[in-house]
Design a protein around this ligand. Structure first.
Ligand code: HEM
Length: 57
């Protein structure tokens, strides 16, 4: 699933709902952002994105 995503892109998308292509998350994922990940701190968003993308940094 990591194709096309950077950690910065993913942290931004989990905060804003806006994807790297400029589209927005639809369906249930929009609610995940609105009621959940949109409230996380930058540190937590970066940690989550790093884990999901299995980056080393
Ligand atoms: C903290 C929990 C979650 C995280 C971090 C997360 C993360 C993501 C990410 C990164 C994508 C984009 C995948 C891609 O395009 O390659 C995505 C898409 C999606 N997720 Fe989640 N997700 C979470 C929870 C959920 C839950 C609980 C649901 C359903 C109840 C859900 C439903 C969806 C759907 C439907 C999409 C496709 C959205 C679209 O393309 O418009 N997600 N999610």
């Amino acid at each position: 699933m990591s194709e096309g995503w950077t950690t910065d892109d993913m942290a931004y998308a989990l905060r804003s709902g806006i994807t790297p292509s400029g589209d927005v998350f639809g369906g249930s994922m929009a609610e995940v952002v609105r009621y959940g990940t949109g409230f996380l701190s930058d540190a937590d968003l970066n940690a989550m994105a790093t884990y999901l993308l299995d980056n080393k940094s």
